[in-house]
Design a protein around this ligand. Structure first.
Ligand code: FES
Length: 571
């Protein structure tokens, strides 16, 4: 027997409420048959003029609608909170969970049978996927795609990656103020999101490797006509998915998450991958912990030569064959039987791929680097864990003992970092506190703070930096992030003092504050928690409920899902 559509409870009844639900929609000019058995497809759009990376998604929604209508569906677009990475203060991460709540409640409360998520900029992908997971309808993601390669002064410049070099370029490569001004548009030449393997590209690869996009969708540039084809085909496919009742929970199995960890390691994806994947797993009810990333991903070879770890950019990646080539290369590490949104398995989808440029995508037998996945560190400085991305770090610093130079807050850092009298050299370890989920609040991407000017002038390119914050996916360096528990709730990081010695040994996965236990205990007893950063509103809710980084920094009240059933009606 044909399963009743969810939207039937709104549109299918011939009583008073059926009249109410249909009648107001009729003011848009829909014929009556639109309400009689067509699957209603919600097109969840993160378009906003305040999110330039998603500026083209308004047009894309129309293309998706074309596909939905062709397949016999009824497309209805709706807006959700959009998060512009380079604009929102203090950090978009503070609002990821808010945007996920918005997405979840919008999907559940409305007559929607299936969902298309239109995403792009960093947080717009995880937030909408998290929200959709908590409802668990058939869902497909259309990633908006990267910008064309940045180009300036004959160089390929990665958006995001370049801005971390501005201070160094100005000091050491005689970039003038005019050059920097020109580079602003040179690194943002078209519509789309950052075109390095930053967080947005990582998120696009994440959703494809989880099975949530049509094969090949992640890497197509935003302005390539094939992106539009992908959007239209996704519109057609979601209607079929509703008929097949192919829900997120059928695709997002533990094995799909393991696949995604493998792929992320091979593409050199952002460290933000961990925090978002953990949060998504928490919503769909899959057991996943920080150690899984190390266990599954750290032995995976690096295959993709993209900035910030490598040389090329997303456009090159696409022309070389894109993510399908990588997935095919990785088959021996993957669960190839996992199902994806097109109803086929990973093995079936990624069988016939051709690599057009081995400089961009290496073969698994000749990788760019062995053991490239993110490493999870433990020790008295991070009892619940901290992470480092070895592919973006300096080999010579992977085992190091250094003197701590401590900054209590970001403001403290800005005041003192370029002070010529600051007692610091390249062997020191920069420790940055109060940038975690509760402390900042929102865990901003500040972990890769610039080095002191006096050391940059000497030609120093990297130093160890430790914090409870995050790092932009476009950044590189020997940066230890996501220290958990964070300093603002009394983690050991809060107790580090200038001059303490810190030991890092990535191979042994160790991060240790070398002081006596009694001294540590003394400092812990004397520690006073900072005052909360908000007295009201969403930020207070966030501070009171946010979980630590090793759990994905979701709100505890948002864990899991409530399904698609609404218990009370509109009377
Ligand atoms: Fe939007 Fe990088 S700022 S993707």
């Amino acid at each position: 027997m044909k399963k009743k559509l969810r939207s039937h409870d709104w549109f299918g009844k011939d009583d008073k409420m059926g009249f109410v639900h249909r009648s107001w929609f009729r003011n848009q000019g829909y014929p009556d048959d639109y309400f009689r058995g067509r699957p209603v497809i919600g097109i969840c759009n993160t378009w906003s003029e305040l999110t330039p990376c998603n500026g083209h998604l308004r047009d894309f929604a129309e293309i998706v609608k074309r596909g939905v209508a062709e397949a016999g569906g009824f497309p209805l677009e709706f807006p959700v909170t959009s998060l512009g990475e380079t604009i929102m203060k203090p950090t978009t991460m503070l609002f990821r969970n808010l945007a996920s709540m918005d997405t979840e409640e919008n999907i559940r409360a409305n007559p929607i049978d299936g969902v298309v998520l239109l995403t792009g900029c960093d947080k717009t992908t995880p937030s909408t996927v998290m929200g959709a997971c908590s409802v668990d309808l058939p869902t497909i993601v259309v990633p908006g795609g990267p910008m064309l390669n940045g180009r300036f002064k004959g160089e390929c410049l990665g958006s995001g990656s370049f801005n971390w070099m501005v201070k160094e370029k100005t000091l050491n490569e005689n970039y003038t103020a005019e050059d920097i001004l020109e580079a602003e548009i040179g690194t943002a030449r078209s519509q789309g999101h950052c075109m390095s393997m930053g967080t947005a590209s990582t998120m696009a690869c994440m959703v494809e490797s989880l099975g949530l996009t049509l094969p090949g969708a992640a890497t197509i540039p935003a302005v390539d006509a094939r992106k539009k084809v992908m959007a239209q085909l996704s519109g057609r496919r979601i209607v079929e998915m509703v008929k097949e009742d192919l829900r997120l929970s059928k695709i997002l199995t533990r094995k799909a998450f393991e696949n995604s960890i493998v792929v992320n390691a091979a593409v050199g994806g952002s460290t933000n991958f961990l925090i978002h994947l953990l949060a998504i797993a928490g919503r769909i009810g899959v057991e996943l912990n920080l150690e899984d990333f190390d266990k599954i991903g750290s032995k995976i070879p690096l295959l993709v030569n993209l900035k910030p770890s490598g040389k090329f950019l997303m456009e090159d990646f696409y022309y070389a064959g894109g993510l399908p080539v990588v997935i095919n290369e990785l088959k021996k590490y993957l669960h190839t039987e996992t199902i994806t949104v097109n109803g086929k398995s990973v093995g079936e989808n990624y069988n016939n791929t051709i690599c057009y440029n081995r400089e961009v995508i290496a073969a698994v037998e000749q990788p760019l680097q062995h053991n490239a996945g993110i490493a999870v560190l433990k020790g008295n400085l991070c009892v619940d864990g901290a992470i480092i991305k070895p592919s973006a770090a300096s080999k010579k610093l992977m085992k190091h003992r250094g003197r701590a130079v401590v900054f209590e807050t970001m403001e403290d850092y800005h005041i003192r970092i370029d002070d010529p009298n600051l007692d610091i050299d390249e062997n020191c370890i920069i420790v940055l506190k109060t940038v975690g989920p509760v402390g900042y609040p929102g865990m901003p991407e500040v972990g890769n703070v610039d080095l002191p000017e006096k050391l940059l002038r000497k030609g120093v390119k990297d130093m160890i930096r430790i914090s409870d914050g995050r790092m932009s996916g476009t950044a590189a360096g020997t940066v230890i992030l996501h220290v958990s528990p964070e300093s603002a709730i009394g983690g050991t990081l809060a107790l580090v003092k200038n001059g303490d010695m810190i030991e890092l040994d990535v191979e042994k996965r160790k991060l240790h504050l070398a002081i006596a236990d009694e001294e540590l205990q003394k400092r812990r007893s004397a520690w006073v928690a900072p005052s909360p950063m908000a007295a009201r509103g969403y930020v207070k809710l966030y501070i009171n409920h946010v979980q630590q980084a090793h759990l994905g920094a979701d709100l505890d009240i948002l864990q899991g899902g409530s399904g698609d059933v609404i218990t009370r009606d509109l009377h």
